[in-house]
Ligand binder design. Structure first.
Ligand code: OXD
Ligand code: MN
Length: 632
């Protein structure tokens, strides 16, 4: 590679000159990162695109790709006076969600994928994928997207490069990550995670005229954890195609975190400030469809308490020189579930998605705006459903697909935290786990220690809702909300969590809590109002960390005393509160039996310390040691 061309290329990048022209005229793309140059050439060879476009991440590039997609009918421009710079995209009916059964962890050894992942032999999988990718971009453009996960230059950030044949992916990645030419500069002295994606259609000879190309027969979302590579074929949707998100920032990054001593978690990050202006940061893990985005952007009903958003889905956390745990949100955007989002459930999200947003699979109103179930009481007349059909003709169908999404920039959120772009990250004071449970699990519980809190993480489970596939109400265990996202053996992942107690002075680590907003009364109604009122639980946690709030020591952990929760102005009757904070010994003993049954799948990889936690919990339940205690 000629140094002259390298210099010229970077000069062109910085001057904003179209690198596409330059690259097309030069088959060996002159990148300074030789591995990147070689990889692009290799993929170009394999996929045979007509053109290669190196994305610079500019507004002009984004606008022109959006325009191109409007012409292809892949995008519908929404009414500019109602929703400026917003587009609606409609996917094909068989490409509407993450595909867990088509997601593979191809570690060298099967045991390293563990009992919760689909494993395939990496050599066989690679050769199968190469056949699928061969010539798959013929007639079309291959886009190269350099992106940073985390603020560019952050010591916690990582670089990736996605190659895709989908302009929808390019535009979504521009919202979801920091992408473009600044990242190429980072690549001068950093390595990257190669992420190869093709929608797998149209293949040569097939009709070119598809608004949402994808491959019906073959869908694969594949991770090679040892070599840190991602290959995805056949789907254009969300986590299957925006490879920075679940594939890189969770599956590959969790594995990196284990090797390098940090944590990549399926967690939101929020700032919480009390009326005196004191601030802390919490991270929280909930399974999909448990209101993570809503909590991350909560408008608290308590006067003077303010919640700010750092991240709504993923946290990367590292111990710094001071021995404390700091987190960044590796993403720059939110890919939130639209149905159920409204000015009541999430007013800040509604404001954020007012502009610069890509909507997928929502309804389209006569006025050229979007609509989904839960946005308002009634669907507006003349609304088209997510497939573009007139709603009046199929009134029993949903207007929006239950997994309809918005991709929107976090910087547009009215409650974005001042440290969102801070490369150093934010100091995490508390970690919350939670799930959707109708009974048994109290509103909030504080763990006794990091080890006990790690045990909390292993017990996360949630009852399935209509928004997810599978029977409603069935309990799904989802340890740390990472079941579909842990890139290695989950038993080893539990041990990795436990290891943090040894990596630093345990008193420096965040306190761990478990929350459940979803308990129901005998009448089937939720006992706790949720949404903005969840701020009251966050307040209790905040004050617990300051040693101010009272708690009762129970066999399962510390639970608020009835008086310690701030219920000012909340019409919640005493029985409901009692029920919300109750530890039902009999139900908990059944829970223990269920956990014993579930943990068996991890076999000898389940850490002894956590078996001990379960054993001690059972003993405490039998002894029922509940007693009133003052703050620690
Ligand atoms: C998501 C999920 O899409 O967790 O964020 O399923
Ligand atoms: Mn998620």
């Amino acid at each position: 590679m000629q140094p002259f061309y390298q210099t010229l290329f970077f000069l062109f990048c910085f001057l904003g000159i179209n690198t596409e022209v330059f690259c097309n005229s030069s088959p060996n793309i002159p990148f300074q990162n030789e591995r990147l140059a070689a990889w692009i050439a290799e993929v170009e060879n394999l996929c045979s695109p007509d053109r290669v476009h190196i994305c610079d991440g500019s507004q002009e590039e984004y606008d022109s790709l959006c325009e191109e997609m409007v012409k292809l009918k892949s995008f519908i421009r929404l009414n500019d006076s109602l929703r400026p710079d917003c587009f609606l995209s409609r996917s094909s009916c068989d490409d509407v969600a993450r595909l867990e059964d088509r997601t593979f962890i191809c570690s060298f050894h099967k045991k390293d994928a563990g009992p919760t992942n689909n494993w395939r032999d990496p050599v066989e999988m690679r050769s199968h994928l190469k056949n699928l990718f061969k010539g798959c971009m013929r007639g079309r453009t291959m886009y190269v997207i350099p992106f940073s996960m985390g603020p560019i230059g952050s010591p916690i950030a990582q670089i990736g490069v996605e190659i895709t044949d989908s302009p929808y992916v390019v535009c979504s990645m521009r919202i979801m990550t920091r992408m473009g030419k600044e990242v190429l500069t980072e690549l001068l002295n950093k390595d990257f995670v190669p992420c190869l994606h093709s929608v797998g259609a149209p293949l040569s000879g097939e009709c070119l005229d598809t608004a949402w190309p994808c491959n019906r027969e073959n869908k694969y979302i594949v991770h090679f954890p040892e070599t840190k590579e991602i290959w995805s074929f056949g789907s254009g949707y969300g986590g299957n195609a925006l490879l920075a998100k679940k594939c890189f920032a969770l599956r590959i990054a969790s594995r990196m975190g284990r090797e390098e001593g940090w944590l990549a978690e399926h967690m939101l990050i929020l700032g919480i400030e009390n009326p005196a202006g004191e601030k802390k940061y919490f991270a929280a893990a909930f399974p999909s469809a448990c209101g993570k985005t809503n909590l991350a952007m909560l408008k608290s009903s308590l006067p003077g308490w303010k919640i700010t958003l750092v991240g709504d889905d993923i946290a990367w956390m590292k111990i710094k020189e001071d021995g404390k745990l700091y987190a960044i949100n590796p993403e720059a955007g939110m890919f939130g579930v639209a149905p159920g989002t409204s000015s009541t459930t999430n007013p800040h999200a509604m404001e954020t998605i007012q502009k610069d947003t890509i909507f997928t699979n929502v309804g389209l109103t006569k006025e050229g705006d979007v609509w989904w179930e839960g946005m308002t009481k009634e669907a507006p007349g003349g609304c088209l459903n997510w497939m573009g059909e007139c709603f009046e003709h199929c009134p029993n169908e949903k207007i929006a697909h239950p997994n309809a999404r918005f991709a929107t920039p976090i910087k547009n959120c009215p409650c974005v935290d001042e440290a969102f772009e801070d490369p150093e990250g934010v100091l995490i004071s508390a970690i919350l786990f939670g799930g959707r449970r109708q009974s048994v699990i109290p509103l909030v519980t504080e763990s006794f220690s990091w080890q006990h809190g790690t045990f909390f993480g292993t017990t996360v489970s949630s009852e399935a809702t209509a928004a997810a596939n599978g029977p409603i109400g069935i309990l799904r265990h989802d340890p740390f909300a990472m079941l579909p996202f842990c890139g290695y053996n989950m038993g080893d992942y539990f041990s990795h969590w436990l290891s943090f107690e040894k990596r630093t002075d345990p008193s420096h680590l965040p306190k761990i809590f478990y929350v459940n907003w979803f308990q129901k009364g005998e009448d089937g109604k939720f006992l706790w109002p949720g949404f903005g009122e969840n701020g009251r639980v966050l307040k209790w946690i905040f004050e617990r960390l300051d040693g101010k709030a009272k708690a009762k020591k129970t066999p399962i952990g510390f639970v608020p005393t009835l008086e310690s929760m701030d219920l000012t102005g909340l019409p919640l009757d005493h029985d409901a509160l009692h029920q919300l904070l109750k530890v039902d010994q009999k139900a908990w003993l059944q829970e223990v039996e269920e956990l014993k049954r579930y943990f068996k799948i991890f076999d000898h990889t389940f850490p002894k310390k956590l078996s001990q936690e379960l054993f001690e919990l059972e003993n405490r339940l039998h002894a029922d040691l509940s007693e009133e205690v003052s703050p620690p």
